[in-house]
Design a binder for this molecule. Structure first.
Ligand code: NAP
Length: 275
């Protein structure tokens, strides 16, 4: 994916639905603004305000892509089924665009049971696309095997991981690409912890853009769907103004740290299958 990306660009998911390629992460965000793609989760406790914002936006429901996630405490078939129902009750929405398993915790049975609950909700038309978050390659292999052998089936349309130049996760990215899973990048701005990195300074000067815009562009040009979060209106706007420049090969090379592994938050991808 390179140039003619715009704020309204979408990517086709394996489920057949389209997802806007720039999303708005609402972790620790009390209310919502103007993006068309909103990343929420039950554990963020802001599904309902997001749904209210969608209703109050004046946009048609289908013009907004809304994601939620099943949290670690709701893993397993029964709990996950109830959690999905609770998300509908809390939000009053008719459908979710995407539901992810927030993290691969709870052991094999719980993970697979949660997946089954998602597949059923999708078949009932409640959820359009389903996927996972924070799965390591071993969790992904387990799920792929379960989908094939259990009769439950399903398709992983989206995977969401912490991804930025200092955590490029080449193994997971390769797995996702070769299995046709669309990749979302959380903490694409490294939680604003690296604004003084020299590579970012040089590249932002060259393009007359901010370090945050450079990181969002890095994510887009890797084919990811970045989910930058901000509660500051000017930054929210700045983070959408990323379609009038392109990082060239030299810029991408300066931000290429294939051996770096520096998470800035929790990292469930490394948890054991029995965790
Ligand atoms: N699946 C998961 O496990 C998981 C985990 C974490 C996050 N996520 C998702 O990913 C989203 C984003 O991740 P994140 O919130 O951890 O980190 P992030 O988007 O990398 O960084 C957010 C921080 O960057 C600041 N910021 C935003 N735009 C800026 C700009 N243009 N210039 C300077 N600073 C800027 C924000 O400040 P202000 O808000 O003060 O403006 C905030 O402190 C979350 O909201 C959530 O939806 C998912």
């Amino acid at each position: 994916m390179s140039s003619p990306l715009t704020l309204t660009s979408t990517v086709k998911l394996p489920s057949g639905y389209d997802m806007p390629v720039l999303g708005y992460g609402v972790y620790q965000t009390p209310k919502d603004v103007c993006y068309r793609h909103i990343d929420s989760a039950r554990v963020y406790r802001n599904e309902a305000p997001c749904a209210n914002a969608i209703r109050g936006s004046g946009l048609k429901r289908e013009e907004i892509f809304f994601t939620s996630k099943i949290g670690p405490r709701d893993m397993g078939y029964e709990k996950a089924t109830k959690a999905i129902e609770a998300s509908f009750a809390d939000t009053g929405l008719d459908y979710f665009d995407l539901f992810l398993i927030h993290a691969p915790y709870g052991g094999t049975d719980a993970r697979c049971g949660t997946w089954k609950a998602l597949v059923e909700a999708q078949k009932e038309g409640k959820i359009r696309s389903i996927g996972v978050s924070n799965y390591g390659v071993h969790h992904l292999d387990e799920l792929k095997d379960f989908m094939k052998t259990s009769g439950v089936g399903g398709t992983i349309s989206v995977g969401q991981w912490e991804l930025h130049p200092w955590l490029p996760r080449p193994d997971i990215v390769e797995w996702a690409r070769s299995n046709n899973v669309v990749i979302q990048a959380w903490s694409p701005l490294v939680r604003a912890e690296r604004p003084t990195e020299s590579a970012l300074g040089e590249i932002s000067k060259k393009h007359n853009k901010t370090w945050a815009q450079v990181l969002i562009r890095w994510s887009l040009q890797n084919g990811f769907v970045p989910l930058p979060k901000s509660v500051t209106p000017s930054r929210i706007e700045q983070n959408t103004d990323v379609y009038d420049f392109e990082l060239d090969e030299e810029d991408m090379e300066m931000l290429h740290f294939p051996d770096s592994y520096a998470p800035c938050s929790w990292d469930p991808t490394v948890s054991k299958l029995e965790d």
